[in-house]
Design a protein around this ligand. Structure first.
Ligand code: SAH
Length: 234
């Protein structure tokens, strides 16, 4: 079954962009996922195909019109796919949400521009809002590409090793342990001895200890969540 992505944007030429390369590009050409892009401008009003207007209440910038966006959204055969608006006000995108989306039939993404969307079109569709981080970009296209990349690499058959999605950062609530490869000594720096010991139990323990330590140091918020999810220690 092909995982289906629809993207609504004022800049269709930005797609598939980086997702046409490497693993995602091969999976796109191989039919693991498909991409349909809708130009919001095609639903614009009047001779100038206007898609935005000034905000009620005043203030700087322009707002994407609910009627224009609604026409673009209803032109897409959404079926059971979630409808997601990319906004800095949305819930943060997480690895867990990426995993859920990968397990479903696909997604319909709406990319904002200017000051963003008329809130009524989001509410009317009961749509989800997702943010890719606590900073503001000039449009929703890069966030849509980020979201799609996080999902596509999880689709069956996209990554080389099925297990490489299981141990990485955020998979189990921890950041990942550090990696090392040849040469064993580089500029006077040796790789940690345990990694060349061949003792898989010791390696596993070292990696878990490292993952816990780096998570505690860098992301105490994630660490607290991880500890709470482990349940009481016997
Ligand atoms: N006035 C808005 C920002 C608009 S930025 C505010 O203060 O919340 C223009 C568009 O870029 C948004 O509509 C959204 O689609 C996209 N965008 C910007 N930053 C984003 C982020 N961190 N996550 C997701 N989308 C973002």
């Amino acid at each position: 079954m092909t995982w289906r992505a629809d993207v609504l944007t004022l800049f269709p030429a930005m797609f598939p962009g980086p997702l046409g390369e490497s693993l995602a590009g091969r999976a796109l050409r191989g039919g693991v996922w498909s991409l349909a892009v809708t130009d919001i401008r095609a639903f614009g009003l009047g001779r100038h195909r206007a898609v935005d207007d000034t905000p009620f209440g005043g203030g700087a910038g322009m707002v994407l019109r609910a009627d224009v966006l609604d026409a673009a959204i209803t032109s897409v055969a959404r079926a059971a796919r979630p409808l997601v608006f990319l906004t800095p006000r949305g819930r943060p995108l997480t690895q867990a949400r990426a995993r859920e989306l990968a397990a479903g039939p696909g997604v319909v993404l709406v990319c904002g521009r200017f000051e963003g969307f008329d809130q009524r079109v989001i509410d009317a569709h009961g749509a989800e809002e997702l943010s890719i981080g606590d900073y503001v970009l000039s449009g929703g296209e890069l966030p849509a590409l980020v979201l799609l990349d996080s999902v596509i690499r999880l689709l069956p058959g996209v990554m080389g090793h099925e297990e490489s999605g299981l141990e990485e950062s955020h998979a189990d609530g921890l950041l990942e342990y550090p990696h090392f490869t040849r040469p064993a000594t580089w500029q006077g720096r040796d790789v940690p001895e345990v990694l060349t010991s061949g003792n898989h139990a010791a390696i596993g323990k070292w990696r878990l200890d490292q993952a816990r330590a780096v998570t505690l140091a860098r992301r105490p918020d994630l660490y607290a969540h991880y500890i709470a999810s482990q349940g009481p220690t016997p």
